[in-house]
Write a protein of this length. Structure first.
Length: 158
């Protein structure tokens, strides 16, 4: 059985198809829209971890006698920064997004600086615990270990 399609119908269809394709096509160099993925849910935790690591650096610069006690804790936070950056897919060496709020002035008394670090560690532990609960299961081990480490830091500081 032979189906006969009029020549004019084929030509009209081809012309319509060509017109539709031509009107919907842009030159690739003219496209300016860039796809930006949604920020990772761990980004705020990374920002606060950078802030905590940097605060330890400020305290150590102001009170060098605390190096033996605080140096290892600062190093732990530096490792947390690297691990979180790796998990998010950012360069491990930074630069890292900074929190929008500026840090408060460093206390001038050593005891007050240690109290501030204790409070920051407690808040940091809560942040890590919350992220651990909210994150997908494949991130639970990392976030749980960070939360546990921060709980240990509170014990070292008190």
């Amino acid at each position: 059985m032979r189906v006969s399609i009029p020549r004019r119908a084929v030509l009209a269809g081809a012309a319509a198809l060509a017109a539709g394709l031509a009107s919907g096509c842009d030159i690739p160099t003219q496209r300016t829209a860039v796809w930006h993925p949604a920020p990772d849910v761990l980004l705020p935790l990374l920002q606060r971890t950078v802030e905590l690591r940097d605060r330890y650096g400020e305290v150590l610069a102001a009170f060098p006698a605390l190096q033996d006690r605080l140096g290892p804790l600062k190093d732990d936070h530096a490792q947390h920064v690297v691990a979180l950056a790796r998990e998010i897919g950012m360069p491990e060496e930074g630069p890292f997004p900074q929190p929008s709020a500026s840090a408060s002035a460093l206390p001038t008394e050593q005891g007050a600086a240690l109290t501030e670090l204790i409070n920051l560690e407690r808040k940091g532990r809560e942040d890590a615990e919350g992220a651990c609960i909210a994150a997908p299961s494949y991130r639970a081990a990392l976030l749980g270990s960070i939360a546990a480490c921060r709980a240990g830091h509170v014990e070292v500081l008190t």
